[in-house]
Design a protein around this ligand. Structure first.
Ligand SMILES: Cc1cc2nc3c(=O)[nH]c(=O)nc-3n(C[C@H](O)[C@H](O)[C@H](O)COP(=O)(O)OP(=O)(O)OC[C@H]3O[C@@H](n4cnc5c(N)ncnc54)[C@H](O)[C@@H]3O)c2cc1C
Length: 384
């Protein structure tokens, strides 16, 4: 959506295809990071964005056993917004679509699911899509696969990838939030269990981590046992467990971390999770996908407005974005293996990890995780 918006703004004809009839899904993360907010400032739409209902997260903390540690402080970032905005992704996508729709070259086709690629002499020249009116073929000078971590585009293009692995999956659910719960968005670690709670105003969006493949065992133990597990991590949720009436209220989100070796082939480019599926750690995947979109627009818009991009231009997008992606994924995999695998693999309380001890001892170090999460590596700026 972001790339479609930027290209249409640069005078390129764009069609964005979305397989669903709306953006109403609550499993893609809700975080809009300071660097993304900065892009909106550069586009002149930040004030409009901040009119929409959202929450502002200025610090991130963790409860490890009995101890609460503040881990990240966004107040020193060199950006206009020194906070993460929490907004349902459907509101954010509707917002971007609304702004993109002001440009004559922008078209959004909902309920249009890409099922195959069209080829001619080794070049991708379009997509085949399923719509309520039947199968349609859509041809374009460039196809961009931005279809997420189960990308059909990259599968059909046969682009090889490296699986970096993830030891966990996430159970995703919401419970009501009450006055007295506190404001903070935070993670909790307690004796073999780990949960992250995002403050969404009148409810908590909860992410409960489980070992990959453990869901059947957890379901077999029964919903009351699962509710007890949640309460053992966050005792103040005890009187709200009846809000989880059945397993239908709890969604399994499978985590994968992988990366394409080559993000492109003639006529096609992948960005976002389609090029590099991100772990939820740090909640940085949306940010990275948007940074890819900005880099792609900056590099490709001038060529798309003319003859169409050559493979060398697509390669430049990968060259620009691969390093920040590699570094971010390396940090995520490090935390997965050093912390999450250890927590989920034992029923003992883990000792406070050394990076947390460092931050506790020297609070100024909270700026480091704030910078990594809030801005990331190699930030992009609007150039077209
Ligand atoms: C459990 C979990 C929690 C996460 N939490 C966060 C978080 O809090 N913050 C954060 O920044 N990141 C988070 N992430 C990572 C984040 O979800 C992704 O990195 C980010 O959404 C990638 O954006 P994207 O646009 O590339 O793909 P997506 O957001 O997955 O969007 C892909 C779009 O393509 C559409 N689509 C898919 N297939 C087709 C098709 N065949 N035809 C047409 N349309 C199609 C989909 O419907 C979707 O709208 C989380 C990930 C997981 C697994």
């Amino acid at each position: 959506m972001m790339l479609g918006f930027l290209l249409a703004r640069a005078g390129v004809d764009v069609v964005v295809l979305e397989k669903h009839g709306d953006f109403l899904r609550d499993f893609r993360g809700d975080t809009i990071h300071p660097s993304t907010l900065e892009l909106m400032h550069e586009l002149g739409i930040l004030a409009d964005f901040l009119q929409k209902p959202h929450q502002e997260v200025r610090e991130l903390g963790a409860q490890i056993g009995d101890e609460f540690v503040m881990l990240a402080d966004f107040s020193h970032l060199p950006t206009h917004c020194k906070f993460i905005a929490l907004m349902p992704q459907w509101d954010f996508l509707d917002f971007l679509a609304g702004h993109a729709g002001r440009y004559p070259g922008f078209r959004l086709k909902m309920r249009t699911e890409v099922i195959d690629l069209l080829r001619d002499s080794g070049q991708i020249i379009g997509v085949r899509a399923k719509t309520p009116d039947g199968i349609v073929d859509i041809r374009a000078g460039l196809i961009v696969g931005a279809d997420g971590r189960h990308s059909i585009v990259r599968e059909k293009a046969g682009l090889p990838f490296d699986e970096l692995g993830a030891p966990m999956d996430v159970l995703w659910f919401r419970v009501s939030r009450r006055t007295g719960d506190g404001e903070q968005t935070f993670g909790r670690i307690s004796k073999g269990k780990m949960m992250v709670m995002l403050n969404r105003g009148d409810y908590w969006q909860c992410a409960y981590l489980i070992r990959k493949g453990d869901l059947d065992q957890i379901k077999h133990a029964g919903l009351p046992a699962f509710q007890n597990d949640i309460v053992s991590v966050v005792p103040f949720l005890r009187d709200r467990m009846n809000e989880l009436r059945s397993w239908d209220d709890i969604k399994l989100l499978t985590v994968r971390v992988d990366r394409l070796r080559k993000w492109y082939c003639p006529g096609l480019l992948c960005i976002g999770d389609a090029a590099h599926a991100m772990s939820p750690i740090g909640g940085v995947g949306i940010n990275l996908a948007i940074q890819d979109a900005v880099a792609a627009a900056n590099i490709l818009a001038p060529h798309l407005a003319q003859a169409g991009p050559a493979v060398s231009h697509l390669k430049r997008v990968q060259s620009r974005r691969e390093l920040p992606t590699r570094i971010t994924q390396a940090v995520q995999v490090f935390i997965q293996n050093r912390l999450i695998r250890r927590v989920l693999g034992s029923n003992e309380q883990i000792p406070t990890p050394w990076p947390v001890k460092l931050v506790r001892r020297w609070p100024a170090l909270r700026r480091v995780p704030a910078r990594i999460v809030g801005i990331g590596f190699r930030s992009e700026h609007i150039r077209v």
